[in-house]
Design a protein around this ligand. Structure first.
Ligand SMILES: Cc1cc2nc3c(=O)[nH]c(=O)nc-3n(C[C@H](O)[C@H](O)[C@H](O)COP(=O)(O)O)c2cc1C
Length: 184
């Protein structure tokens, strides 16, 4: 049994929902999971855990500062432990932007931190116009219009491939996770 720390940074709750799915799946395989929001409490120390998973959504072109700050602060521990990162965005609904090598946000993030996660994933997020404030809704509608997505102001679309999420959870829960080559 391994002790997992699952950290998430979310604005509208979708990354937390993905984290919860990952947590249930890891627990079902006999591991212990602690879930912590980076938005409430960035103070948790990953050193007390055997494995770490960080999930973060994109807002206006970048992962939020609390993720960057946490990773920089704990880079040494993260580098030593079997630790994984997943990124959630709407651009990832496009297959050519959904790969760990082709997602611009993930690539930029990894270039900014001294950490090479041992597993990476890019998940398409959720569009939820009714939840957004007026200006955010207009901006996202414009981006959707430019990229061929839904623009009806009441549209709610979950683009996440939950089988892909389960496969990621199985990968980090596997006994062999961490033995794989870095940058895989
Ligand atoms: C104000 C706002 C800005 C966003 N900016 C981007 C963006 O620049 N690129 C992108 O791919 N997705 C963008 N998204 C989509 C979110 O990443 C997506 O909805 C994700 O599921 C949100 O996850 P969360 O609920 O965990 O915050 C944006 C969403 C909102 C509401």
């Amino acid at each position: 049994m391994a002790r997992f720390l699952l950290l998430y940074s979310t604005v509208d709750g979708h990354t937390r929902a993905i984290c919860e799915r990952v947590a249930r799946r890891i627990e079902a395989q006999g591991h212990e999971v602690s879930q912590v929001s980076l938005d409430d409490d960035g103070a948790v120390d990953p050193v007390r855990f055997d494995r770490v998973v960080i999930g973060a959504s994109i807002r206006y072109g970048r992962h939020r500062d609390n993720v960057l700050a946490f990773v920089r602060r704990h880079a040494e521990t993260l580098q030593r432990l079997p630790a994984a990162l997943f990124s959630v965005s709407l651009v990832a609904r496009k297959p050519h932007r959904a790969g760990v090598d082709s997602n611009p946000y993930l690539k930029r993030f990894l270039a900014q931190v001294p950490w090479q996660p041992r597993a990476l994933a890019v998940f398409a997020g959720k569009l939820n116009y009714p939840l957004y404030g007026f200006w955010d809704r207009q901006v996202i509608r414009l981006i959707m219009w430019m990229t061929g997505g839904p623009t009806r102001p009441d549209a709610v679309v979950d683009y996440t491939d939950w089988h892909q999420v389960d496969a990621f959870a199985d990968r980090v829960a596997a006994a062999s996770f961490g033995d794989e080559p870095q940058g895989d």
